[in-house]
Design a protein around this ligand. Sequence first.
Ligand SMILES: *Cc1c(COP(=O)(O)O)cnc(C)c1O
Length: 496
Amino acid sequence: MDFNEFRNFGKGAIELLIRYLQNIRERDVLSSAAPFSLIHTLPNEMPERAENWQDILNDIETFLLPALTHWQSPNFHGFYPSSSSMGSIVGELLIAGIGVLGFNWGCSPACTELEMIVLDWLVKFLKLPQHFQHSVEGPGGGVILGSASEAVLIAVISAREHMVRCTKTKHPERNERDIRAKLIAYASDQSNSCIEKAGKLAALPFNLLPTKNDFRLHAEQLEAAIKNDLSKGLIPAMCVATLGTTSTCAYDDIQTLSLICQRYKIWMHVDAAYAGAALALDEYHHLHSGLNIIDSLNINLHKLLMVNYGCAVMWVKESQKLVETFLVQRLYLQNNNNMNNNELPDFRNWQISLGRRFSALKVWITFRSVGAEGLRRHLRQHIKLSKQFERHVLADKRFELVTKRTLGIVCFRVRGDNELTTQLLQRIHDKKQIYLTLSMHGEMMLLRFVICGMDTKEEDVDFAWAVIQTELMEMLKPQREWRAIKFHCQNRKRNK
Ligand SMILES: *Cc1c(COP(=O)(O)O)cnc(C)c1O
């Protein structure tokens, strides 16, 4: 391919994206593709000869787009928003085109320094504690990772190693293997699956403490668990609290939990993958309490902050704890010039992989092309639309809210047996027009309605509600008819 062809290929691809995104409402949000349909349709051998770009783009439109669940559709209300924006899409293209890796400062100075710049922008935008800024004196700082799961794993491993080092210093007579076998960590039973998974990967078991009706983890519970485990000879190493749980977007009590962690000298991490973005809004000021004493925090930019998937941020108060955990020296990994000094981080020591993307570029482009004002407007739009949906639920006696609406998430159900709620969702999904996810709290089945998509509007929320109401009506119709028949028969019997 030469540059001229590249130019046309690129333009063709952008045109395809515009057609796709502009007309996305015309497609069912769920695909009608049968299992294996693509596997049976597309060639199972790589082409021997280069194909032309027009054919490739045509095949995307013909075969791939119809076999997608359309996450950017305004009728997608499942899981979480997987945000995107035009600036971010272009950023992704430029990252691939420039094609650098930035594991050390010297690999690509702009990779490291732009990352430090955008992360400090974010600390100020989200009004996080100053010590998380790279430019403020001290060991704190942030790093861009691929996902919340990665951030949590890094925090868990660092907390584990830190606790092993501390225990060995305090009790040099103790055997290290024995120390490791006694470590224990805490989170709530509402925490995301990635917490438990990180525990498995890091061989640091999590005690998932049961939450009560408010779905939140409280200090008394954590302290009781710590005391109990200490009395059994275990070594509490960490607590992962959640700001915005996955099922219902509940907020753990960060303020009091972090005080307990401080008292028992255990690592406190906050998983704020979705809700962390709300820290930017004055009306969510209360969410800040306690964040000044935590050890680390993660927020996904790819959920609410308009950067496309594969962009999560983690901040740590003492970055040397990551470096102490992850540093492995090799001659070929040394910075290849004399200019770097120890004041600039080598981000390879803050993460799992060696190589790393120039993700800061798409963050920088997104934030510049939207502006802080645009980001706040986007967040408030999600909140406004979910309030609109909440009003629909409240106005219909056949439904009930399961929890208070938070941010862009409404948890609701059909009054009565769980069966009604699961049946309703099945019917909705069979129609393929809107997509919601099921969750459970205690014994209660619930539907999560989340504002997602790149450009969801009021009409889209009304449309979703109309689909839900229609399906409920259809579902109850046979029951109603059956009841009418029964009534009729009973009357006839009686009249005889
Ligand atoms: C979405 C979410 C995760 C998982 O995020 P990934 O980036 O997909 O790993 C973890 N925790 C919470 C609270 C979330 O909302």
